[in-house]
Design a binder for this molecule. Sequence first.
Ligand code: BG6
Length: 486
Amino acid sequence: MAKDTFFPEHFLWGGAIAANQSEGSWNKDGRGSSVADTAPYYENQDYAKYAAFDELSIEEIEKRLADKKDIYPKRWGIHFYERYEEDIALFAEMGFKALRMSISWSRIFPKGDEKEPNKAGLDFYHRVFRTLKQYDIEPIVTLSHYETPAYLATKYGGWINRKMLTFFSHYCETVISEFKDSVKYWMAFNEINVIDHSFYVGGAVPTDYIKDEKTDKYQVIHHLFMASAMAKKILKDISPNAQMGGMLARREGYAASCDPLDVLESIKDDQKNLFYSDVLVRGYYPSYIKAFFKENDINLIMEDTDETLLKENTIDYLSFSYYMTVLSKHKIDKDTELTTGNLVNGVKNPYLESNEWGWQIDPVGLRITLEKLYDRYQLPLFVAENGIGLQEHSDGTTEIEDTQRIDYLRSHINEMGKAIKNGVDLIGYTVWGPIDIISMSTSEISKRYGFIYVDADNFGNGTFNRYKKKSFNWYKQVIASNGEEI
Ligand code: BG6
């Protein structure tokens, strides 16, 4: 299908992966354990309550790290650590202009509080960036994608502790200086708002350190905001032409009805999500959150210079993940139908279809979110994640006909085009999981997002060979035509 193209000439088409979901080799070449290594895959798990979001005590973290059972798929990922050249060559064949990826913090600083980095870890990313350069693929690098060194969680309590700012700054200085000639686009934290759903995934905080959930959550968030601002400051000093982005798990939603109370509820839900980008973009805490702090007796511990640091080091572009939308309703009763989703369980929308995991498919919602965010911030936007997880199987002899994925992506790309036509400054689009990787929420590989199939099961059995799905050539044509042939 041809469409009028509105995508700018240097639009960053590509895909997005994360170290903890793809690299594997969790204890190779000096890498330390990360909090992601403790996330199990459980057969027959309850999708309304993901195992990856379990809150863990120090004892449980240590017990899981010592557990040798094959139920922790993020430890082996898809063997990207060994097979990155083959994978990048496949991305290049699709014509990728960009690859969003993360650096595994514990590959660089195995425990997190060391002075000297692990050279083997730095060497690995040099090799990856060199390979990307060979194909003219722009790396977009997330500094922390749910992979805080586990030692920082157990020894210091993770992001509840202000000392994390020192460790994170040292990590930023190290990798930004090391890779300044290779990387122009950075992001500090993946989905900075995930702390809304889990202290452990979002803040690497074990339960032992949580005293008062409400206050502690915002104290963690304050430290994450500070760390983002510090990362931006470090980047400006070392690499003034590079850009630091923020990354939000966008919760786009609608009022469940035109009852003014539902509309008000949806505004409140939106504020809970936009609070994060408001601080990252504007550099100060908005009035609605200050009112919430006052009402709830939340008193953050801040130092005198914190507000200035936040104000002076705002992000250069705003990126976000977008998978679905949900509804807001002021009164949820036993008859209200709920649905699961990316970090949200919300009210089900009768106008939308869902994937097998209950995530509601809403391409127009992507346009709505792009227009809303651009109106609000007038800052370049970047769709850092979008895609659909499907159950698929291949033995390599027949091609997987993933027309559902093609339809999903086509409809979302179409809506992006319309938003751009309407004036939105969108700089890129990286499809989540261009190659099958381990699911963040369920730690399974059987929830597949890729254009490329990986022959592996949830327990690490398989050849790990890569096979192209039908969508591979489809996306190749989308990129080659700059979004015209979709
Ligand atoms: C985002 C995360 O929330 O969603 C990714 O940034 C994650 O890490 C993606 O993989 C898709 O979610 P899931 O749970 O299906 O892997």
